[in-house]
Design a binder for this molecule. Sequence first.
Ligand SMILES: Cc1cc2nc3c(=O)[nH]c(=O)nc-3n(C[C@H](O)[C@H](O)[C@H](O)COP(=O)(O)OP(=O)(O)OC[C@H]3O[C@@H](n4cnc5c(N)ncnc54)[C@H](O)[C@@H]3O)c2cc1C
Length: 482
Amino acid sequence: MKDRSGNHAIVLGGSIAGLLAARVLADAYPQVTVVDRDELVPGSEPRRGAPQGRHIHALLARGQQVLEQLFPGLTAELAAHGAPIGDALGDARLLFGGHRLSRAATGLVAVSASRPLLEDRVRNRVRTLRGVRFAPPSKVVGLRSSANRRRVTGVRVLRRSPGSAEEVLDADLVVDATGRGSRAPAWLEALGFDRPEEDRVRVDVGYATRRYLLSSDALDGDLACVNGPTPDQPRGGALTRLEGDVWMLTLFGLLGDHPPTDPSGFGAFARSLRFPDLHDAVRTAEPIGDPVAFRFPAHIRRRYERMRHFPEGFLVMGDAVCSFNPIYGQGMTVAALQALALRHHLRPGAGPRSRRVLRSIARVIDAPWELAVGADLALPGVKGRRSLKLRMASAYVNRLQIAAARDTTVAQAFVRVTGLVDRPEALLRPGIALRVMRTHVQPSGSGEAERQPRRRAAGATSGTALPQVGEGGEEQGEARAG
Ligand SMILES: Cc1cc2nc3c(=O)[nH]c(=O)nc-3n(C[C@H](O)[C@H](O)[C@H](O)COP(=O)(O)OP(=O)(O)OC[C@H]3O[C@@H](n4cnc5c(N)ncnc54)[C@H](O)[C@@H]3O)c2cc1C
């Protein structure tokens, strides 16, 4: 593997964040090399380096918009590969905070593709870009720097073939997109830099997912149903129709309340949910295989933008910077928004200034971080600082969700914010706030959940909290390391 050239960008990790980084880098660098330890072969099977592909992967509305911008026609291409397409609220049952959101079209597109299919189609598009190549499967083991250590000049890799020795790939820019388990903090330390501070919020989420063969009207024509957690029931799930009339049911529980993977325990967990929709839809369905599990201990945000010294020629993106509780479905959309942020800093012939890009990436992360962490802090068992502002925001969202169960305008506004299309402040606009304030709140529990004969809601409250706009998410972490 010889790679000595100018204007060469190397992307570490060929998953969603790495592919999207490669997409924008290809406009500015004549040569872009993607390095992944997996063999990234065409096809839509889950792969070893992205085990999350066995679980539901919602592409938020904003993510769909950005992917379409980066790869025109991608939505139609996914549809041609069998992915059902619909409206983000008009075709989805959203059961949030113990309330069944009212239904209306939003004009926001929901693409119901499996994660492997989505990644395969994106990778296929990236493969065809001029100057982009995929290196043979190789593990990245470290960085190479200039003699004064101010600039990263390449990466050290080990090919995944017997008897291979460490090699160096030279580059003008190295982008780490190796995911949550990124070793960038250690690589930087080895070059004499500090490690980044880390915000962590422990949520101890367990996933279990099973696939089913079902007819396309299993949810009366809806594409998906999402049953969010509530403080009194920190568990939930989602059922979604994927390509090929295969349906995927993911169940999850926070704070150690994990769904079992034995079929009867899995079914009992589905039956225990506040709303019967998920269980009813699959009760008599033919399963494909047994449930598979995934554990997610904590939200992690690495504060590279706060480091006093950071080398030029190096960036960190995607889950390697921030990995969110997956139940909010934000990761791929935030990776897409980070790619747009990077593109903003790219000029032909001049490399981006690392610290500026890292600051832009941090700004992209702020709102989704606060949404996800704020929502989790509504659960009493999640440790973290609950400022007055956060508590007020949480109370507002409780009320907003009650309003959204009756008022389609409020439901639409809420879906735009949780889909990362609008900023959270949109929910405070007078047109929405007045509707929320006019909502009559019953003393204990309310909404559709109470009308469900089988599982009565008690004290249903928020599963989503408004972010503390302007506070930058500080102090929300359970622990920090620096
Ligand atoms: C259970 C679960 C469910 C999720 N659900 C959703 C969802 O519904 N919606 C959503 O938007 N997001 C979801 N996410 C998050 C989403 O998967 C990620 O945000 C998204 O894949 C972007 O991550 P990434 O590309 O940064 O890293 P990853 O997807 O983790 O990819 C990292 C890549 O780096 C490679 N790699 C790692 N280390 C090395 C190394 N040393 N050398 C070479 N290669 C290496 C790996 O092989 C892999 O290809 C979920 C995550 C999990 C865990």
